[in-house]
Design a protein. Structure first.
Length: 273
């Protein structure tokens, strides 16, 4: 019996006596005929190793406003099909609180095929399209229908690939984008990271193509500006609620609210720059 068929037969016999696949048998299948442990190229015998440096489910399982603030300083990682990794530090977010929030896609607690991800477990991606062209990415939190919009990133790694992706999504001749222009807006960051509707309902704690890694030197409360959200001006009192959060002084933020920053400085939240 050929070696591979023999090993598969052994694996089948072992599995019949256990509810879990025997790891040693799988490793034997991955080994080369000469005993070398280098994996075969066949996709059928590849063992996917989980990224050890990533935020786990417990991190995402917190109230929406808390999660929106906690995202600041964390790292969004996107692994492209060719193996390149794109890294971006989250510098701006918006909280959408679910049923009572008139600006939320889940206002009134209404669940549809489009917004289903907002009602899934914390850490689930909700990707939707605006103007029939651009995508925005959100992450579900605690709370029925609550999610956090990722508004802006500070590019850290893979900037050339980000430029390629941004250029491919723009029509006509394009100028070379500066670093701060790559991800300074919700649709821009989706373009730069190659995020489209195919990422809707994916789990950030389990997906091999996109996840979050813990950031270093996370901001304190004095570094965070809380102000009104963008593009919700027709939502009554909800248009005035301070549910957008960004890192003060960070040039990669999409829209700076100088008035709010001055008011916060006057109240002693941080020194005026």
């Amino acid at each position: 019996m050929p070696r591979k068929r023999k090993l598969l037969a052994q694996l089948s016999a072992l599995q019949s006596n256990s509810s879990f696949p025997p790891f040693d048998a799988l490793e034997n299948l991955n080994a080369m005929p000469d005993g070398n442990s280098s994996p075969k190229s066949s996709k059928y015998f590849a063992i996917e190793k989980k990224n050890s440096s990533q935020l786990e489910a417990d991190f995402f399982n917190q109230p929406c406003i808390s999660l929106a603030k906690s995202f600041l300083g964390q790292i969004l990682v996107r692994k492209l099909p060719d193996g390149r990794e794109l890294w971006g530090r989250i510098v701006e977010t918006e909280a959408y609180l679910g049923g009572e929030d008139e600006a939320s896609h889940s206002k009134g607690g209404k669940q549809t095929q489009r917004n289903a991800a907002m009602f899934m477990k914390p850490g689930t991606l909700y990707v939707y399209q605006i103007y029939g062209i651009y995508f925005c990415v959100n992450v579900s939190s605690q709370g029925e229908g609550a999610a956090v919009l990722l508004r802006s990133l500070e590019p850290l790694q893979g900037l050339d690939a980000m430029r390629e992706l941004r250029s491919a999504s723009r029509k006509g001749p394009t100028k070379l984008l500066k670093d701060w222009q790559l991800c300074n807006g919700p649709s821009k960051l989706c373009q730069a990271f190659g995020i489209d509707k195919a990422f809707d309902q994916r789990d950030l704690t389990q997906d091999a193509a996109i996840w979050m890694a813990p950031g270093h030197d996370l901001p304190g409360e004095q570094d965070v500006v809380a102000t009104t959200r963008i593009g919700v001006g027709n939502r009554g009192e909800w248009a005035q609620k301070p549910l957008r959060f960004y890192l003060r002084g960070n040039k990669f933020v999409s829209v700076v609210d100088k008035k709010t920053e001055r008011e916060m400085a006057a109240m002693g939240h941080f020194s005026c720059s």
